[in-house]
Design a binder for this molecule. Structure first.
Ligand code: 13P
Length: 247
């Protein structure tokens, strides 16, 4: 019922030439994959090249951020309309690095999601607790707040949720399938409170040190519908292995 989705978040990595080289190596090895959706989020400067390279494939291109205003005096920001213009079909919003390094609040993220959806972008909405919050037994409270505030006034269409425990991002410490499934089950129950039965159709991705070695165990969990991958998405062969997790 929920098509698996494997998404790449390249973060602040790859030049335009490196982006082109990635797709030249990656696309031929995933051409036969029709049962898994693929999204790749390069940095802004590589979006147009990535969109051009993937034009005749099923791979969708996402941005890693978007601002909520339409246009104007917002130095350094990029609007949803500009992302569409560059060939994007999706956008990552609420990533923990933007929450914690760039100090984005739930309220700002909520506005960004609304603007992105209004332009027809699919939204990969990221949530997740810090290590200190998990150790203090606050994981569910954090997830509830992030979902409630982040998705306030927002319908479920076009939303993918990505659960990325901050302690697992870039640390090599993947959540065990049990820990991840428990969080995903809770997130789905929050979505069910909000959206009713539609929650069963919303994809929830896991992110945080996903590798070709651990992806199978995670994807075997009933509420894990895909992965949002940082480090292991930068090499065409390892990302292709992730996309081909079920082969
Ligand atoms: P890593 O896969 O490098 O841990 O990054 C996860 C992530 O933040 C994806 O958005």
């Amino acid at each position: 019922m929920r098509t698996p989705l494997i998404a790449a978040n390249w973060k602040m990595n790859k030049t335009i030439a490196e982006t082109a080289a990635f797709f030249d190596a990656f696309l031929p090895v995933v051409r036969d994959v029709t049962d898994v959706d693929i999204i790749i989020a390069p940095p802004f400067t590589s979006l147009a090249t990535a969109a051009e390279k993937t034009r005749s494939s099923s791979v969708k291109i996402a941005a890693q951020n978007a601002y909520f205003e339409e246009k104007g005096a917002f130095t350094g920001e990029i609007s949803a309309a500009m992302l569409i213009d560059a060939g994007c079909e999706a956008v990552i919003l609420g990533h923990s690095e933007r929450r914690h390094i760039l100090k984005e609040t739930d309220e700002v993220i909520n506005k960004k999601i609304k603007a992105a959806l209004a332009h027809g972008l699919e939204v990969l909405f990221c949530i997740g607790e810090l290590l200190a919050e998990r150790e203090a037994g606050k994981t569910n409270d954090v997830l509830r707040t992030q979902i409630t505030a982040g998705l306030a006034g927002i319908p479920s269409e076009g939303i993918v949720v990505a659960y990325e425990p901050v302690w697992a991002i870039g640390t090599g410490k993947t959540a065990t399938p049990e820990i991840a499934q428990e969080a995903h089950d809770f997130i789905r129950s929050l979505l069910a409170e909000k959206y009713g039965d539609t929650a069963q159709t919303i994809r929830i991705l896991y992110g945080g040190s996903v590798t070709p070695e651990n992806v199978k165990g995670l994807m075997a969990c009933p509420d894990i519908d895909g992965a949002l991958v940082g480090g292991a998405s930068l090499k065409p062969d390892s990302f292709a292995q992730l996309v081909r997790f079920n082969r």
